[in-house]
Design a protein around this ligand. Sequence first.
Ligand SMILES: [Zn+2]
Length: 646
Amino acid sequence: MGYQVLARKYRPQRFADVAGQDHVTRTLMNALSQNRIAHGYIFSGHRGIGKTTIARIVAMALNCRNAVGSPERPTPEPCGVCDSCIEVRQGNAVDVIEIDAATNRGIDEIRELRDAARYSPARDRYKIYILDEAHQITEAAFNALLKTLEEPPAHVIFMMATTEPENIPQTIRSRCQHFSFHAVKFDDILTQLKTIAEQEQVTAEEAALALLAEAGDGSMRDALSIMDQAIASAPMEDGRPVLSSAQIRELMGAVPNAVFERLLEAVAAGQSAELMEQLNLLVNAGHSPSSLARQMSRYLRNALMAKLGGEQTELLQISSDERARAVRTALLFTEEELTRNLQIVLRTFDDLNYRQEQRFHLELGLIKLIHAQRLLPIEELLSGVASGAGMRNTGTPSAPRAAAASPQRPAATPVAKPGPAAPSISPFGSSGWGSGPSMKQSASSSPVAEMERSAPAVQMQAEPSKAVPNPPREPVAFTAIGSQALGYASTTNLTEGALAMAPEPAPAKTAPAIASGAAPTIDSLRPAVGSALVNAGHGSAAQLLGSGSWVLDSASLRIEVPGVGKKMLTLTVNAAAEKIIRLELQRLGAPARFMVVPGEGSVQAAPTAPPLAGSAQEAALAHPMVQRAKEIFNADVRSVVDLRQK
Ligand SMILES: [Zn+2]
């Protein structure tokens, strides 16, 4: 007997041997034992997951010579030894007709099939048609088939296997039982590969089989095809082929995931040079930019899933080592960062297909990853820096300098970062929204806040006359947006990522809600709007509005915020914040119309004076947070206000 590929040689012959489709086999076996057989079945799902295999087992079971419950066949499983079973297995049973619908899809073929179906089976109980790739059948041909399905002869059974069940007409689908097959789980594939390796007398590293299983990507057949190839090219030892993970990676042109882990560590640490050097090594080793981008997107996807679902999530169909790796990488980034990184890499991968200079585009894509780390959501930028939450992000991009000075990778060690928590200091505690003990409490509860409390306030400015006054008693407030920071976002084509926090369009102006009860006053509106904003994560908007003066008349609410430019206002009180304000006003029966305008009285910045030695100003300027903020905003510190002296 000639060589048989593994997928055929080890094709399951019993329901029990089919991996990962228990929901299908259980139902089918029940139907068989109760003799409730439908005339049409649709088996749908990805390629290589057992659709035609199960169709054949059903055919075998239906036409098996031995009755269910007989000594030769105690269960609905086919006996596997009678003439009929053997013929189906060998593919030459007269009454089991397999048709590749990809090539026999026309009306003539289907008419022929329909006509032949009228005649009784030649020998066995049923005449069974297995239509592979059934979605390829033309509409006219389906119509020809429909008649047979509407009034099927008792002996005819159709089984349609398809990867695209939605492309089978509803009229057909509604006359069939539909079974949706699952992607085969990593563990199921791995178990099967281990069994086969043993039976084939192949020595295989566990990691090598794990790679094959992963490459199968839910398809048993794909995994087995690569295994075939791997065995064919494997070196022999003591007369047995030996599968190693290195060899399999080479075969697939795959890069070990450790490489991507390292690349992303470099991204997290902001080490552009390191990143480019690693990439250079990979490209020089013959890996194509396109394949690298594809593998990296896969790796990032797994890291994101690990972030979302934890190490044991079903979303990760990889070995336990790789799970641990995905978790390590996930710890380097926030969920938003991982999402953005994946987006960038996917887009880079898309772009590569149309480019001449693939390598440059991949380099550009990877550098974008680093740059994206430096982009802070505006919201966080405005409110987070003060409370220390913002520095969570800026902490990593500060690494390039450190990296340039020392060869180690400081931020590369997987240190769990806190999630994008809301600022620990409520702006209401300190900015006139009402009495709020939150600032004192949170300040003493977190070390970052502790440090801030003892630090003097710093006021930074990118452009003169665009400064915002520090609200009273707020310890540190960065209030400048460097043109650099925003310009940056647009040149790297990442504005949607950076500003994704506020994409929601402002809803159309709604009619004023009917006021119920007492008319709202500014005293009741201010705290309510303020808390609504804070609860929705718009702390800085709340803070800005809290510092403004509110004017309420019967038709509208006008909030004047002094010392703030229009641009700054629209960035802070963005569409999402506006929506929250509007809803809150509506809820309270206030006029739905409101406007936020810049008020009079821009704060004049004090001229820069050299800091006195040992002064609070000097300490503030030397503070790494301040230094980092200067870098982000491309701005200078104009004045330092020590609020403790007030
Ligand atoms: Zn049989």
